[in-house]
Design a protein around this ligand. Sequence first.
Ligand code: ATR
Length: 289
Amino acid sequence: MDINGKTRTCGLIGHPVEHTLSPVIHNTLAGLTGHDMVYVPFDVEPGGLQDAVRGAYALQILGLNVTVPYKSEVIGCLQEIDMLAKKIGAVNTLVRTAGGYKGYNTDMEGLYRAMISEGVRIAGEQIILLGAGGAARAVAHLCALKGAGKIYLLNRTLDRAGQVAEEVNRAAGREVVRPLRLTEYHEIPAGRYLAIQGTSVGLAPHDDEVILSDKAFYEKIHTGFDLIYNPWETGFMRLVKSCGGRAYNGLKMLLYQGIIAYELWNDISVPEETAQIVYRKLMAHFERS
Ligand code: ATR
């Protein structure tokens, strides 16, 4: 990497940020696409978000990714917000515009591209969605938007599932989401489902925890997507596979949300072969750590 007087800076703001894989994605992309750009993580202490965004703008920073815990709070620091990001109430990418940053959410489109690259479709599918937090809520909007048949939204706290269902059904203009308490999973009608695991259960170092353990539940699942990528294979994925389904982790979602951010910052379209090179680099990084 040759840093010079014209090198543009992009970065990540969040707290904490030290375990992020985003620098691997963006610095590899910069090398492959020939952009004079560098990507660095910035740890923003609680209470410092407004100053951080204002300072980034003053420093001519081209774009930023935003991670936990600032994805909602950052909306108050924007000049403009993309329609989709506004709908789901979370922003993970800031793009420099005249007068301030415009906020986008590339997580959702990232998951969609990850699914396409694995040959998994949403349109017309019966879906089980686990969780009703920030991530699962975005997935519920994505599935409704892309024409899912029915979405059974399972969550430990029924109230939260109900809120997400109401919001997504209103936005979609149809009764597409049915909220259920986690323990009511047996109420899901017999059939074959695409299941998306959007809770934090099973995230390292709690590799052995699993959101549900009843095999009868997993027998309904033809494809399982876990948004978690650390560990590489979660308990949820193992159970899906042991009941004959296909299972994927969240690393491709991470890859594509980064690629979409990179495309927005540099106004280009990243070819699929380049995406695959970055993916291999991410996997190699995993094997080393
Ligand atoms: P994120 O923004 O990453 O989605 P979040 O908003 O904190 O994180 O949401 C975490 C999700 O994991 C929620 O759906 C949460 O269920 P509740 O709404 O009932 O809190 C779910 N979750 C976390 N720990 C859980 C556990 N031990 N058992 C079941 N669900 C759990």
